[in-house]
Design a protein around this ligand. Structure first.
Ligand code: 5GP
Length: 174
């Protein structure tokens, strides 16, 4: 199936919003060390950009879970493919995601993280599709709310392509 990508959020807008979020997060975590936990692969691009502009001490860690396959609909399950390197008990943890869609992935992750007893647990996502929510999940930091469309770029892929695009684009299937 052929596809076309059109710009939804321009590179400059994405970069400016990431700096804004970093400033808000730096203020909220003043005096603390922040543990940024990223869900691979999509979240990695956003987390690295965000971390650059956070002014409190930051530690990063990565987790890999399976949610989507190569299609465009949620599997509704989360399986840990790679766990964190360090325990999060007693730490101030911020889960960094690329996008919240149905909310299933984050809801599962949140429950799993809570059982590991961090000092605090919050979520930051670059993109949010509130109209697609099936499971209620509190997201403390949202870059952009977007309409119901399949997007790529800024870490998001279609069949592993387009992650490196510096803007958020909408995929249209022809
Ligand atoms: P949820 O469990 O909230 O339905 O889905 C979360 C995951 O689905 C995201 O981490 C992302 O991998 C994938 N996803 C949801 N919407 C999109 C989208 O528009 N584009 C891409 N590339 N992935 C998406």
């Amino acid at each position: 199936m052929a596809e076309k990508v059109s710009v939804l959020i321009a590179e400059e807008e994405v970069n400016a919003r990431i700096r804004e979020l970093a400033a808000i997060i730096s203020k909220d975590y003043e005096g603390k060390q922040l543990h940024l936990v990223c869900v691979l692969k999509g979240g990695a691009y956003f987390m690295i950009e965000l971390a650059k502009y956070i002014t409190v001490p930051v530690v990063i860690d990565f987790m890999s879970v399976s949610s989507y396959g190569s299609g465009t609909t949620s599997a509704g399950r989360v399986k840990i493919l790679k766990d964190l390197d360090e325990p999060v008990q007693g730490k101030d943890v911020l889960i960094v995601e690329d996008i919240v869609d149905s909310g299933r992935t984050l809801s599962c992750l949140k429950t799993m993280f809570e059982s590991r007893e961090p000092a605090s647990l919050s979520i930051c996502t670059l993109l949010d599709k509130p109209s697609r929510r099936e499971v209620e999940v509190d997201v403390e930091y949202v870059g952009f709310e977007i309409p119901d469309a399949f997007v790529v770029g800024c870490g998001l892929d279609f069949d592993q392509r387009y992650r490196n695009f510096p803007y958020v684009g909408v995929v249209e299937f022809e």
